[in-house]
Design a protein around this ligand. Structure first.
Ligand code: SF4
Ligand code: SF4
Length: 382
């Protein structure tokens, strides 16, 4: 069996010339850009925009990485476009705020349509047999995924596999959380989505990563690394090993291997480029306990609600914008105005909350953090 190949390249700056050199070197190790894009092919680049924020906040794929990959694809003769469906709002303003649109304009790339999509069936899926996929992806010949190295409340880590969730347009994304409240089902859906849209190449921006309260409100953490692979499971597993997170804990690992998307077992991964050990950061703050399944009856849900991290609003930071309420897809809403009073921070009803963390992910003020209940703290030390 051929091993999955993951390239590790050090890069300690977002200076264009150095990022371009690093990306070119990494792609060469995987066989060169012609392996991933032929002249005349329509290639769509998918950075992680989440919610468009300034590049120095570390929430989005840095424009310098986007520029470096875009230049390689353009030089290869591909017809390049790009896009992402943010967790809230239309793609256009979010692409602009993240600095991606400016680079796209500079390189003459078109913006692909990620605001609307079409229904596609996926017969070989493990769990979800039908997806609505963005037109921009469906109208392309190939996808190049540019994830950002960040923590995530639900999946522990958001990397190569999770990046494709932005191929589902608009608020349809939050419906998956409602339909699949179990984190392992949600992760299997992400794997199914990846086996459907099948990016050809994944290049992860880990130069400036995010630890703690990710994926939007965590702390910046310099890891000085770019990771490249055509195997997203192996790439994510390698990223996990850099931050001392067991890939077994990340719920996409096992279904990813089962679906044939890739492998997370180190003996099946060939590391290329620089030594993994020189990037390892054991102090990286990430939740290292496995997500708790909610399947298994009402008692399990009751227990999960008392163990799993819950979103909490920092009243001092909240501007009462209401975005978290709009984003909460469960009915009745698990976060809402108290007695309709929009002048005070919303309140949670944790009995209805499915712990999807969409509210925490999208709060524009970073006012929502995750807190582990006492029982959960005891459980994590057992
Ligand atoms: S999204 Fe954030 S700032 Fe807006 S109401 Fe909710 S907690 Fe407050
Ligand atoms: S309150 Fe937040 S975490 Fe809970 S279900 Fe609503 S969006 Fe998800």
């Amino acid at each position: 069996m051929n091993k999955a190949r993951v390239v590790i390249i050090g890069c300690d700056t977002y200076a264009d010339d150095q990022v371009i050199t690093a990306v070119r070197k990494g792609v060469e190790m995987l066989g060169g850009i012609p392996v991933f894009a032929k002249p005349g092919e329509r290639i769509v680049m998918k950075p992680n925009i989440l919610i468009g924020t300034a590049p120095d906040k570390g929430v989005t794929t840095h424009p310098a990485v986007f520029r470096a990959v875009g230049r390689l694809l353009k030089d290869a003769g591909a017809i390049v476009s790009y896009g992402d469906s943010p967790s809230f709002g239309k793609a256009g303003p979010n692409l602009r705020r993240s600095g991606i649109k400016q680079v796209g304009d500079e390189l003459g790339f078109g913006v692909a349509d990620f605001d609307s999509g079409r229904s596609v069936s996926h017969k070989d899926a493990l769990l979800v047999k039908k997806f609505v996929v963005a037109n921009g992806v469906l109208n392309s010949d190939g996808l190049v995924s540019l994830p950002k190295f960040k923590t995530h409340g639900l999946t522990r880590f958001t990397g190569a596999v999770k990046n494709q969730f932005g191929c589902v347009p608009g608020l349809l994304k939050s419906q998956y959380h409602v339909k699949l409240p179990d984190p392992y089902d949600f992760a299997t859906m992400l794997v199914d989505l990846n086996t459907l849209v099948r990016p050809r190449l994944y290049i992860m921006d880990g130069i400036m990563a995010m630890e703690g309260n990710g994926p939007r409100s965590g702390r910046l953490k310099r890891l000085n690394v770019l990771l490249l692979s055509s195997d997203p499971i192996a790439l994510d597993a390698t990223a996990c090993r850099i931050v001392n997170l067991d890939p077994d804990v990340v719920p996409t690992s096992k279904p990813g291997e089962k679906a044939g998307l890739g492998t997370y077992h180190s003996e099946n991964i060939e590391l290329m480029g620089e030594a993994l050990e020189s990037f390892v950061d054991r102090s990286f703050q990430v939740n290292r306990t496995p997500p708790m399944s909610s399947s298994g009856g009402r008692f399990r849900v009751f227990l999960k609600n008392r163990i799993t991290q819950r979103p909490v609003i920092d009243k001092a930071k909240c501007t009462c914008c209401g975005t978290c309420i709009t984003l909460c897809s469960v009915q009745p809403k698990a976060v809402d105005w108290y007695e309709g009073d929009e002048s005070r921070p919303p309140r949670y009803d944790y009995n209805h909350c499915i712990r999807c963390y969409c509210c925490q992910e999208t709060c524009p003020e970073g006012a929502i953090y995750l807190s582990t209940p006492l029982l959960g703290r005891i459980y994590s030390h057992l």
